[in-house]
Write a protein that binds this ligand. Structure first.
Ligand SMILES: Cc1cc2nc3c(=O)[nH]c(=O)nc-3n(C[C@H](O)[C@H](O)[C@H](O)COP(=O)(O)OP(=O)(O)OC[C@H]3O[C@@H](n4cnc5c(N)ncnc54)[C@H](O)[C@@H]3O)c2cc1C
Length: 394
């Protein structure tokens, strides 16, 4: 039994003979790389949710679509469950294998197939890292907006399956809002195209249904994403508060003022100190909470928004509001310098930095509740937003 599949609830899986399955796969898909020895399987026993571990029966590492298709056909015929895996950074156990199943690793599908600067699209294989899309689009002044904090490692296939978001999703949308088309294989191995290169396509919105389905509806084999032009200007304000409730209220008031920041992150004192110890960005370590607010767009709008946000923050009780002197790179626009939040490793608990897609009015209450809750056992597991992301505030 594991958290993904409980035979008492989900039905008993057949006891497939591993050697026989291996033999059949070797015969029918001779060029498919398969791992079956214990020491080879070990690295695949969990994803980022490492509290749960299960050794898969087999791991498949395909490079070609036909291999995936044949593997799915065979597994379907033998009633062997298949779990897809991208980069394995998921924190919800989605890529946790089944012991009677095959783990299908899509990481070798890592080619950027086409960038169309005129249409502002990129066609990529599912194993391409999120950040690699923006890096490939950068020479055209374009980037891919959804930016999970794991973007240096996570794959676009995993992003689709999880409908991943990031700091910039309040303004620019989640994965689902930045996709045009998916090529997928059903569990039977049937090829489907969902969506299209046009901005809309007829029929049910199966693209949206598939996005966020945690790998349960099929295997993503190709993704066409929208690209955005990089903003002309991006500026970051840092406001210090003597309570998290005040900072939370400021979030609500910024949104209520009709301003949609490109990024809006809150850090409590523990997160501030941990980040400061690590990156020495000049964060005010005596503040109970800080808000990092990124504003982007054309120069005149950004200038005006900065002034309005500064006013709102001061009215909400900010003891200090500063503007970053260096080019923003983290809370801020562009995927240049994100890194998974290493300071969290040093902390008993880092509260999730708040990137504002939840109802703004609940923010102070959310923070209060979150601070009152008992510490996580696994050393501060909510590593979603990034105290380690460095916007130099000095
Ligand atoms: C430090 C850190 C920071 C993070 N920050 C964020 C964040 O800011 N925002 C956020 O949303 N998430 C975040 N995550 C979670 C994680 O990175 C995302 O969920 C990411 O989308 C997972 O991608 P992956 O390639 O690692 O997928 P995996 O972990 O390998 O798999 C995730 C799910 O996708 C499925 N899947 C993978 N590839 C395919 C495919 N080709 N076809 C069908 N299904 C597939 C798997 O079956 C599984 O259900 C973070 C994780 C870490 C470790």
């Amino acid at each position: 039994m594991n958290i993904l599949y409980d035979e008492r609830i989900d039905g008993v899986l057949p006891n497939v003979d591993k050697a026989a399955l291996l033999n059949r796969l070797h015969q029918q898909v001779p060029d498919l790389d398969l791992l079956w020895r214990e020491e080879e399987l070990k690295p695949y026993e969990c994803d980022g949710l490492s509290a749960y571990r299960t050794m898969p029966m087999l791991v498949a590492l395909p490079r070609r679509l036909e291999q995936v298709q044949k593997l799915l056909e065979i597994c379907h015929a033998e009633q062997v469950p298949v779990v897809a895996r991208g980069a394995g950074t998921g924190l919800s156990g989605g890529a946790l294998p089944l012991e009677k199943g095959v783990l299908l690793v899509m990481a070798r599908f890592n080619n950027i197939l086409h960038i169309d600067p005129a249409a502002r699209t990129a066609r990529v294989q599912p194993g391409v890292r999120n950040l690699a899309i923006s890096q490939a689009a950068a020479p055209f002044g374009l980037y891919y907006a959804p930016d999970p904090s794991s973007q240096i490692a996570c794959s676009i296939g995993g992003n689709v399956a999880e409908n991943a978001g990031g700091v910039h999703c309040l303004k620019y949308g989640l994965t689902v809002h930045n996709l045009l088309k998916l090529e997928v294989l059903t569990v039977e191995g049937e090829r489907l195209t969902l969506g299209s290169e046009a901005l809309d396509s007829p029929g049910f919105d199966l693209l949206a249904l598939f996005t966020g389905s945690e790998g349960l509806l099929g295997i993503v084999t190709e993704v066409t994403v929208k690209l955005l032009p990089k903003a002309q200007v991006a500026k970051v304000l840092l406001a210090s508060f003597d309570s998290v409730e005040k900072a939370g209220r400021a979030v609500a008031e910024i949104i209520a003022a009709g301003i949609i920041p490109a990024g809006l992150e809150m850090m409590d004192n523990l997160a501030i100190r941990a980040a400061e110890d690590f990156i020495h960005a000049g964060y005010p370590v005596d503040a109970e909470a800080i808000l990092l607010c990124e504003l982007d767009g054309v120069e005149a709008d950004v200038h005006d928004d900065c002034r309005r946000v500064r006013d709102v923050m001061q009215q909400a009780g900010a003891s200090e509001v500063r503007q970053a002197r260096t080019k923003p790179n983290a809370c801020a626009s562009g995927p240049d310098a994100k890194m998974p939040s290493r300071p969290s490793v040093a902390c008993r608990r880092i509260t999730t930095a708040w990137t504002a897609p939840s109802p703004a009015a609940n923010c102070p209450a959310y923070w209060k509740a979150s601070r009152a809750s008992p510490p996580n056992t696994a050393c501060g597991s909510p590593t979603y937003s990034t105290p380690a992301t460095a916007t130099c505030i000095r």
